[in-house]
Write a protein that binds this ligand. Structure first.
Ligand code: 5AD
Length: 365
């Protein structure tokens, strides 16, 4: 019998990378072997991202290219999973799925990520590193799935559903497994990682993080993405107390203007964010803060953008992932506010922040 070979193409965030590793392991348990290249695969899994239109377009582009080649090899199977599949399958409206089916063609099977993984969270799961993984040295451990927050611009809650927390015991078992496999970098993952809640003795993310840090004194531990509103004093204390927890904290701010934050449904003000950063910097010497920012959100006039620039100067972020606002279908922002900042202006603002934060250039504006 001919050996079946698979290939996985992963788009987007670290959670998708972690999911792809788990899909790979499940496939190998079913007897598949990794193909040496995409054109040698019998099964191609596309793990998609739809956080912005540009990400979604890359998925369609890949499917178009593959479909053109596939006409010559009808036995190759393409499975589309990840957030595009989740969004279409979980959506209330059947039309989303029907439209997607039309768009990707009959040869593509659309499946939820969890349907491709043997069980949703598998305690004894190892880690199968994939070629396109820039963070191959990190043991990626999802501690939760989904998101309850409903930030107005964000499509992720519709694609991944509400928050589901993995039990502490299972997370700690997996940490141990990775340590025994030789991993020395542990990345705890969740769409809002510090919103994690436990049912037993370990109830908060701060408690969980302390246990992981104690279990792995020889490893570096990091976590993404944390949100400002669940960043408790206890969490700051735990980080301060354990030198093996990373001194770079990713804390998405999104905007430096209170009215924009309100429209984004981010439940904090600029003043609260700055106070949190101050507390973190005072408690954890040498800490670096990284962030996510959206430019050109509806209503962001020049003065509002200047307030974001001001906040960036105040915090002195070590790095920022800057995104141009992209209206996402079905989100609150897409329904309430027209996408009014012109593309050229979004680009201009993007460059100002990119130069200021990531290139540390002199910003003349
Ligand atoms: N447009 C632009 N950027 C977005 N992000 C999420 N949704 C959108 C959108 N509709 C960004 C946010 C988030 C990161 C993962 O992607 O900054 O923190």
């Amino acid at each position: 019998m001919k050996l079946k070979r698979y290939w996985i193409k992963t788009f987007g965030c670290q959670m998708n990378q972690a999911d792809s590793e788990r899909i790979a392991l499940t496939l190998e348990k079913q007897g598949y072997q990794r193909a040496a290249s995409i054109d040698q695969a019998d099964l191609i899994v596309i793990n998609s991202c739809i956080v912005r239109q540009s990400a979604e377009n890359r998925v369609y582009g890949l499917i178009r290219n593959l479909s053109a080649q596939m006409s010559k090899c009808p036995n190759v199977q393409i499975v589309l999973t990840g957030c595009l599949a989740g969004w279409a399958l979980r959506g209330q409206k059947k039309t989303n799925l029907e439209r997607l089916r039309k768009r990707v063609g009959p040869q593509v099977t659309i499946k939820l990520t969890e349907d491709l993984i043997e069980t949703k969270f598998l305690a004894d799961l190892g880690c199968l590193q994939l070629e396109d993984d820039a963070q191959a040295d990190w043991a990626k451990i999802p501690i939760s799935q989904g998101c309850n927050q409903l930030c107005s611009y964000c499509i992720v809650p519709y694609a991944r559903g509400p928050e589901v927390y993995r039990p502490a015991a299972e997370i700690l078992t997996e940490v141990n497994r990775f340590l025994s496999q030789g991993y020395r970098q542990i990345l705890l993952l969740g769409q809002t990682v510090n919103s994690w809640k436990g049912k037993g003795k370990v109830k908060t993310f701060a408690q969980l993080l302390a246990l992981v840090a104690q279990l792995a004194p020889q490893a570096t531990i990091n976590f993404v993405s944390a949100n400002p509103w669940d960043f408790s004093d206890q969490l700051i204390e735990v980080i301060a107390k354990h030198p093996n927890i990373s001194r770079t904290i990713h804390l998405p701010v999104q905007s430096g203007d209170n009215e924009i934050l309100r429209r984004m449904r981010r439940p904090y003000t600029v003043e609260e964010y700055l106070a949190l950063v101050k507390k973190i910097k005072q408690s954890i010497p040498g800490v670096k803060i990284t962030t996510d920012i959206i430019v050109g959100f509806p209503g962001e006039d020049k003065a509002a953008f200047e307030r974001t620039v001001k906040l960036c100067r105040q915090v002195n972020f070590a790095r920022a992932f800057i995104g141009k606002y992209s209206p996402r279908p079905g989100t609150i922002a897409a329904q309430l506010y027209p996408d009014e900042v012109p593309p050229q202006e979004k680009k201009r603002r993007w460059w100002i922040l990119e130069n200021l934060i990531n290139r540390k250039g002199v910003d003349k504006n």
